[in-house]
Design a protein around this ligand. Structure first.
Ligand code: C2E
Ligand code: CA
Ligand code: CA
Ligand code: CA
Length: 279
């Protein structure tokens, strides 16, 4: 009826207004979050599956706002990206990650890699490569201690600048990782055209491998293909022993997920480094 139609309309406009208001609120608070010291970076171990030991970490950003509390990256990163705020926020993440890994390498005398997520907007910033170079010097780190994780979104923009930045970083010896592998449209052609070192199989594929034969076949093929290309293959989102066993059966070498550890603050991560083993 007409009445129903109007109610549906009101329902959608109300929801839309709410979403817009929330978005604006996040944007406003994001602008002052760095100055108010509301961000922090936590670390999730990357695990050698066969030996079940920690071989690296992924740095992940967290935001605790005085008014809104914890806001999830999936919600605020896209807004930071659209507003360009991700450039300075991303610099903060890079510096935190470099600082922490340089401390670990000294304290534990380990040859260890930290992966940092870099979004498309950061690559369009002409200063990215230079900024990274300066940080390497400041923290006396070899480029090989760092890996940059990018998604197809970075490559899709078609900016020549991004190709140059990637090739510069690669020449410096920095690792480049394809994140969320399998979720985009052209993962395969990008694998052929860019100097990747690592392939991270998206957790949406790992999720059902114990019950979905098709997912298991896709994951198994991705592992074989990545290894065939000489890449390090990491399975994301490993949550259960059953998934872990299947990945081992399919010769997957590396994994990440709640089964081993959630992302944790640097001091808590050190406890993992001291024992070396994840259970
Ligand atoms: P991502 O790069 O794919 O990161 C992996 C996400 O999976 C993280 O969520 C991590 O906490 C979560 N995760 C790890 N193990 C498991 C598991 O076993 N099960 C499940 N269900 N989830 C698991 P998080 O930290 O909420 O980050 C979400 C996304 O936000 C990231 O996805 C990444 O795209 C973005 N992000 C996070 N930190 C940064 C950053 O510093 N810079 C940029 N540009 N993006 C970031
Ligand atoms: Ca990532
Ligand atoms: Ca991912
Ligand atoms: Ca993701």
């Amino acid at each position: 009826s007409k009445e129903q139609g109007r109610n549906t309309y009101n329902f959608y406009t109300e929801k839309m207004n709410k979403d817009v208001a929330r978005r604006l609120l996040i944007e406003e608070h994001l602008r002052s979050a760095l100055n108010k010291d509301e961000f922090y970076v936590i670390f999730q171990p990357v695990v050698d599956l066969r030996r079940r030991v920690v071989i690296g970490a992924e740095a992940l950003l967290r935001w605790n706002n005085s008014e809104m509390g914890n806001v999830q990256p999936d919600e605020f990163i896209p807004i930071a990206e659209q507003t360009g705020l991700i450039v300075t926020i991303g610099q903060y993440v890079l510096e935190q990650a470099f600082m922490v890994i340089s401390g670990w390498r000294e304290k534990y005398a380990i040859d260890f890699q930290v992966a940092v997520n870099i979004s498309p907007r950061q690559f369009r910033d002409a200063g990215l490569v230079e900024y990274i170079q300066k940080l390497l010097e400041k923290y006396s780190l070899p480029a090989s201690a760092i890996e940059l994780e990018i998604t197809e979104g970075v490559l899709m923009t078609g900016h020549g600048m991004i190709d140059v930045a990637l090739s510069d970083l690669n020449k410096m010896g920095m690792g480049i990782s394809m994140d969320d592998f399998g979720t985009g449209y052209s993962s395969l052609s990008y694998l052929r055209s860019y100097p990747f070192d690592t392939l991270k199989v998206d957790k949406s594929f790992i999720n059902d491998i114990t019950v979905d034969q098709a997912d298991l076949q896709l994951v198994s093929a991705a592992i074989a293909m990545g290894q065939g290309l000489g890449l390090k293959v990491i399975a994301e989102g490993v949550e259960t022993e059953e998934q872990y066993q299947l990945l081992l059966d399919h010769q997957c070498e590396y994994g990440q997920g709640y089964l081993f550890s959630r992302p944790v603050p640097a001091d808590e991560f050190e406890l993992l480094l001291e024992t070396g083993v994840v259970h």
